[in-house]
Each structure stands twice: as C-alpha cells, then as structure tokens.
Design a binder for this molecule. Structure first.
Ligand code: NAD
Length: 247
C-alpha cells in the first residue's frame, strides 16, 4: 500500500522531467502536491499541463539559494496545511565541460543549486517534521555519485555531496522518525539528457545491461515507494535506479 492520500508533498524542480513526472505520480495517488520551479512562467506552464490532466497541483518559485525566501514559502505552505509530509529535493543542473574550460563560477553555480539549495529547503522543512515526529526527505542524486564521470567535475562532486547530506541527515533525524533517502538515477529521458552531446550518451546506452534508457516514471516510482510506509524501515539509502548502468 502506498498510502499517499492527503500527504503534503513538496517537489523542487517540479516543472519538467523527473520532477514533473513525480508530481503527476503522487497526484494520481491523491497526495497534495506542491511544485517549486525556477520562474513563474515555467511553474505556470507545468500547472496548466497538470490541470489539463485533471491534477490540482500548487506551485511556487522561491529563489532556492535565498534561505529567507525558502523559509517564507515553506512557512506559508505549513500555515495552510498544518503539516509537510514529504520533501523531494529534485532541482538540479548538470555539466559536461572539461576542467580547463570550467570556470570557478560554473563550479559554484552547480554546487549552489545541487547542494546549497537542497540544504536550504531541507533546513526550512525539518523543524515542522520534527514537531510532528514524522517526515520523509528524498534527494535526487545520480549514478555519477557512485562512479564519478569523465567530464563536468562539478556535477559528480555535487552528487557525492548529496549522498553525504542524505546519509548524515538520515542518522541525525532518525530519532525524530524522519527518514532521509536518495534516488540515484541512471540515464533518464529528460531535457537534461537531451542537452548532452550524442557522442557522450550513445556509447553509454550500449553499456546498460537492461538495454534501455530510463523513463522519468522509473524514478517517480522509486520516490513513491520510498515515501510510502512500505519503506518505513529504510533510511540513509542511495537507491540506484539505473538499469545497472556503469558510467
Ligand atoms: P530537467 O532539466 O528536465 O529539470 C530540472 C528541474 O530543475 C526543472 O524543474 C527546473 O525548473 C529545476 N531547476 C533548474 N535550475 C533551477 C534553479 N536555478 N532554481 C530552481 N529550480 C531549478 O532535469 P531532470 O533530468 O528532470 O533532472 C532532475 C534531477 O535528476 C536533477 O537533480 C538531476 O541532477 C537528476 N538526474 C537526472 C538524470 C537524467 O539522466 N536526466 C540522471 C541522474 C540524475
């Protein structure tokens, strides 16, 4: 039993790709879904497409690198619903430049979104979960957090940090009945992958034992399982959902 009905679920990076599919999947299970996006236009576009499919989802676009902005929006959501059950930290950007071409600003912007923003949203949500003595925090990692990747060093570095946040917070928050896990997707069919060069992706697909690229739904399913009571004894795990791909 997924038992997600009436759960308050916040999904960052919920406007497209994995996040949007995850929003749909939780909404299908009758959870109350709230998506965060980077700007009003992309949030509005996602909400329209969700509403056309019959899902009543809400959206916000706080600057995830401003703790004050994040805290204000999280408080607004908590004031409205009286609880926050599930946080899915999914917003992320990737990189593929060689180190010589990577500027320190490039490196910083990856860490700002993939790590610092995850910290901000998590920090803002934790007091409410602690108060209720219940909660689930799920982070989007990547298969590159296990193997590294041969370019774009900021991206795997950020995802190793995501794993560190996940495993450490799982231990810190376990006494409050807050579970913290991550999903480490392999190569998933989203804009993020569409933007990577063919020469980088095609050889990788050939090496995937399950013989296909992943669908956003594969990741949404893992999030639903980890958010559900079926995973009530699972915390601190980095769940690889990658067809056994090895980068
Ligand atoms: P995507 O590019 O389709 O979506 C990224 C999401 O992040 C969007 O909703 C966007 O609004 C949000 N975002 C981007 N910049 C932002 C910013 N500055 N502030 C707030 N939100 C911002 O990518 P995706 O493939 O759906 O990726 C989602 C997550 O999955 C990321 O964390 C990514 O690292 C991870 N991931 C993806 C793959 C893959 O193959 N697609 C593999 C491993 C991990």
């Amino acid at each position: 039993m997924l038992d997600l009905e009436n759960k308050i679920v916040i999904i960052t990076g919920g406007t497209r790709g994995i996040g949007l599919e995850t929003a749909k999947s939780f909404a299908k299970e009758k959870a109350k879904v709230i998506i965060f996006g980077s700007k009003k236009e992309s949030v509005d576009k996602a909400l329209i497409s969700l509403s056309e499919e019959g899902f009543n989802v809400e959206g916000y676009f706080p600057n995830l690198n401003s703790y004050e902005e994040v805290e204000k929006v999280i408080k607004e959501i908590h004031d409205k619903y009286g609880k926050i059950d599930v946080l899915i930290n999914n917003a992320g950007i990737s990189a593929n430049k060689k180190i010589e071409d990577t500027t320190s600003d490039d490196f910083k912007s990856i860490m700002d979104l993939n790590v610092n923003a995850m910290f901000n949203v998590t920090k803002a949500v934790v007091p409410y979960m602690k108060e209720k003595k219940e909660g689930v925090i799920l982070n989007t990692s990547s298969m590159v957090s296990i193997y590294g990747q041969p370019s774009g060093v900021g991206y795997p570095a950020s995802k190793f940090a995501v794993n560190g946040l996940t495993k450490s917070l799982a231990r810190e928050l376990a006494p409050f009945n807050i579970r913290v896990n991550a999903v480490a997707p392999g190569i998933i069919k989203t804009d993020m992958v569409a933007n990577l060069p063919k020469e980088m992706i095609e050889p990788l697909i050939k090496t995937i034992p399950l013989g296909r690229i992943g669908e956003p739904e594969d990741i949404a399913n893992a999030f639903m399982f980890l958010a559900s009571p079926m995973a009530s004894y699972i915390t601190g795990v980095i769940l690889q959902v990658d067809g056994s791909a090895r980068n």
